[in-house]
Design a binder for this molecule. Structure first.
Ligand SMILES: Nc1nc2c(c(=O)[nH]1)N[C@H]1C(S)=C(S)[C@@H](COP(=O)(O)OP(=O)(O)OC[C@H]3O[C@@H](n4cnc5c(=O)[nH]c(N)nc54)[C@H](O)[C@@H]3O)O[C@H]1N2
Ligand SMILES: Nc1nc2c(c(=O)[nH]1)N[C@H]1C(S)=C(S)[C@@H](COP(=O)(O)OP(=O)(O)OC[C@H]3O[C@@H](n4cnc5c(=O)[nH]c(N)nc54)[C@H](O)[C@@H]3O)O[C@H]1N2
Ligand code: SF4
Ligand SMILES: [Mo]
Length: 723
């Protein structure tokens, strides 16, 4: 088809970390078709059904398009941008002048990681708000990974990834990449990449309490008990020690602290670890030997291992296993990407990175990379005293569905003096906002991967143009944030000297633009032109001339990305060793619980909580089901397809059950991000198939040991027939 106002725009999909290239057809100002970009240098024509649904989300008639004000009846009315922005600035400032800076809380949701505009203003907003009460999706996701990287490698964003395309043995723990498309592992078309490992004569092993889509594809599935990963992985290290299979040269040349660690490992009893993790000792031993004896073995772990009691220790143990097996920085192993847009240039700035530099007021939980654990958000709102949160700003987040004990948080939000949400929808969270500021959304802005390309299995760079123009009355996220920052008395950089220069510059017609800023990171980064446009290095103009992206080659071997001054990995950071010691106490003392444990699940056509109003994402069979092993179903007296009562410490409610032997006995699985009944007035399609929220059952008072990660996997529950 061709017509004067029809065009195809090549564009990175920003719905998940895989960064697939899309070819989006636009006609008369509307998205009419989304297809894979066959020529994309990174995804080579791969996309999943979500990428194709970008058009539906763009055109969704239920999206919020104008600023809204909550009315006394709990409904919303449209107001002008000027009135909305003035109200927000005035109310936030009033709360802070009455109660102090910490009285305003901020929650950043997951989509910010794909939003270079909002990311580049994060510091400026927090500098002007001067609050310690900052929360994010990190404590449901990556905080254990960040803290581990911070301690071991010197920077939270210095994160190794599995060199999938050259590995011959892939041990995949607590991740389901065939469905999630990878997390902290940016690699479109996982199926093809895993198949290629097998075709090279290699092996894929999945460690997961559920026989997942990835486990079924793999050569071997190990049905571990939830929360058992740290014990499992550290026992593997013990096996390597016992059998003399360590890479002693690497440990001596490139690490410090091994003595501290090896002393603990020597005390770790493989049989006790086996008992705790529910994997027999022979399997632990065989897998350890297989990993180290493979030509190119690598262990990888993600969300399933992070969101439980030993989340940071398990992330650490993944690194430790790769390190002592000699796989860090080696081809086909656990390697550091060299991203074109080098986000570590930002986190290297003084005060930008760290862990436990301050703590939450009520429970004393530590910050990680600037964020406090969301598990303590409700109590910080409810508990009176200096520093109590009285007003909230949520940006691209839905914490009522995505953080533990969502019902308690909902009641806390209801009690706030003021709340503002920057979002696309009125949903389970934003319905509590006094003002909703609508984002025009990603397709109306240009796009660069400031963050997630730092986890890519190949180095690459892309710039995507806007697909659609901003219309009158529409604003991008960064424009909303910048306006708010200025109204609160701040500037675009958050650094007073720079801001005053920028202020002068603005008078001379220079306007802040986040893509310009990203352009500097690109030019200064490892693939950049260092401001010498005649060189081979990259700049934005070169990216703009390559609509399908620029491939920058396979991951580079070595440890050049390490940020500790001595260039070595620190193997024995104190906070993680403390968690190790606690695990040792548990290994010695307790016998594993025989309670039923609840874990999570991702489904192919979900994006956490927020794309269920796109018709193609909710068609077909019901997916918000509790998966239960036949033995547990029989014990509880519940049949396949029936409703059952699920009870945890914080909630009791009905769920529909699917009986399947893909579950490990004693473990039940419910996907998160459902539970849309309260959003039904504003989201007709999501509201019609609401499901229930898994985080009604998870407990905000029970957190992980090092970073205060939410425990969303391995939650003790009881299952009974409905009466
Ligand atoms: N389709 C889809 N894709 C997504 C998302 C989505 O919502 N839907 N969300 C995106 C986001 S934000 C992220 S962070 C990534 C996450 O991507 P992944 O890290 O791959 O996360 P999950 O798919 O949830 O897989 C986690 C696995 O851990 C298992 N598990 C649970 N508890 C334990 C445990 O204690 N030990 C072990 N070993 N395994 C356990 C679960 O059964 C599950 O199969 O996915 C992204 N991609
Ligand atoms: N039980 C359980 N809970 C979990 C998980 C689990 O595995 N189990 N996984 C956790 C993980 S990994 C994550 S990342 C979190 C996610 O938790 P959150 O980030 O809190 O939730 P999302 O569902 O991603 O909600 C994103 C929100 O941003 C809005 N939005 C989307 N795009 C944009 C945009 O471009 N601009 C603006 N302004 N708004 C936008 C959407 O409408 C939606 O309201 O959930 C976590 N919760
Ligand atoms: S895999 Fe992720 S990046 Fe690729 S099309 Fe699907 S949602 Fe988009
Ligand atoms: Mo996530």
């Amino acid at each position: 088809m061709s017509s004067a106002d029809s065009k195809v725009v090549y564009r990175t999909c920003s719905l998940c970390e895989a960064c697939c290239g899309l070819a989006i057809r636009v006609e008369s100002g509307h998205v009419t078709e989304v297809r894979p970009d066959e020529d994309d240098v990174f995804s080579h024509g791969y996309v999943c059904p979500k990428g194709i649904a970008m058009g539906e989300i763009q055109e969704d008639p239920d999206r919020v398009r104008k600023p809204l004000r909550r009315t006394p009846s709990g409904d919303f009315e449209e107001i002008s941008w000027d009135e909305a922005m003035a109200t927000v600035a005035e109310r936030l400032a009033a709360v802070q002048s009455k109660y102090g800076h910490d009285a305003v809380g901020v929650y950043y949701g997951n989509p910010i990681i794909h939003n270079h505009g909002a990311l580049s203003l994060r510091k400026a907003l927090l500098d002007v708000l001067k609050t310690h009460n900052v929360f994010s999706a990190g404590s449901q996701d990556t905080s254990p990974r960040f803290a581990t990287s911070y301690y071991l490698f010197g920077g939270s964003l210095v994160t190794p990834v599995a060199d999938l395309d050259r590995a011959t043995y892939f041990l995949c723990i607590g991740a389901n990449p065939l469905v999630s498309n990878g997390s902290a592992l940016t690699a479109p078309n996982m199926r093809a990449r895993l198949r290629a490992i097998q075709e090279r004569g290699g092996k894929v092993v999945v460690v997961d309490p559920r026989r997942t889509e990835t486990a079924r594809f793999a050569d071997e599935h190990v049905a571990i008990r939830p929360g058992g990963d740290a014990a499992f992985l550290l026992a593997m290290v013990r096996v390597l020690v016992d059998r003399g299979l360590l890479d002693d040269d690497f440990i001596a040349a490139s690490t410090t602290g091994w003595d501290d660690v090896s002393r603990r490992i020597a005390d770790l009893d493989v049989a006790a670890a086996s008992e705790l993790c529910g994997v027999d000792s022979a399997t632990i031993e065989r897998l350890a030997v297989e990993l180290v004896e493979a030509d190119a073995g690598v262990a990888y772990s993600r969300v399933g291992t992070c969101n439980n009691r030993y989340g940071t220790l398990a992330s650490y143990a993944t690194d430790l296993l790769n390190i002592v097996a000699g796989r860090l920085g080696r081809v086909g192993g656990w390697m550091f990407p060299t991203p074109a847009f080098d986000s570590t240039l930002i986190t290297r700035m003084p005060g930008s990175d760290g862990h436990a530099r301050w703590h939450s007021r009520v429970r004393g939980l530590p910050e990680t990379l600037g964020d406090l654990p969301a598990a303590c958000l409700a109590e910080e709102i409810e508990t009176e005293g200096a520093g109590q949160i009285r007003a909230m700003l949520t940006f691209a987040g839905n914490p009522i569905l995505s953080t533990p004990n969502g019902r308690r948080l909902a009641a806390a939000f209801e009690s706030l003096e003021f709340m503002v949400s920057i979002d696309l929808y009125v949903n389970e969270t934003t319905r509590y906002a006094d003002i909703i500021l609508p984002s025009a959304w990603t397709l109306k802005d240009d796009h660069v991967d400031l963050l997630v390309a730092a986890f890519a299995v190949r180095d690459f760079a892309r710039w995507s143009p806007p697909v659609l123009e901003l219309e009158d009355g529409e604003r991008s996220d960064w424009q909303i944030l910048l306006d708010l920052i200025k109204r609160l008395g701040g500037g675009p950089s958050g650094r007073p000297v720079v801001d005053s220069i920028l202020g002068v510059a603005e008078r001379f017609g220079y306007e802040f633009n986040p893509t310009k800023l990203a352009g500097y990171l690109l030019r200064l980064g490892p693939h950049g032109d260092r401001f010498m446009p005649w060189s081979d290095g990259l700049n934005l103009d070169k990216l703009k001339a390559a609509p399908h992206g620029i491939d920058l080659g396979p991951l580079r071997p070595g440890l050049a990305r390490l940020q500790h001054r001595d260039g070595r990995v620190r193997l024995a950071p104190e906070p993680i060793m403390k968690a190790f010691d606690e695990l040792m106490v548990e290994l010695r003392s307790s016998s594993p619980t025989d309670e039923v444990l609840l874990i999570g699940r991702r489904e192919l056509r979900t994006c956490n909580s927020w794309i269920h109003n796109a018709p193609s994402m909710v068609s077909g069979r019901e997916r918000c089901l509790l998966y239960v092993h036949p033995e547990d179903a029989e014990r509880a007296g519940v049949a396949d397809g029936a409703e059952a009562r699920l009870e945890s410490k914080v909630h009791s409610g009905a769920v529909r059950v699917h009986v399947t032997d893909e579950m490990r006995p004693g473990v039940v699985s419910l996907p998160h991000g459902w539970g849309h009944a309260t959003a039904a007035p504003w989201q007709s399609i999501a509201g019609a198939r609401p499901g229930v929220s898994a985080n009604d059952w998870t407990d905000d008072q029970d957190v992980e040991l090092v970073v205060g990660q939410s425990i969303l996997n391995g939650v003790p529950v009881r299952l009974n027939a409905m009466h």
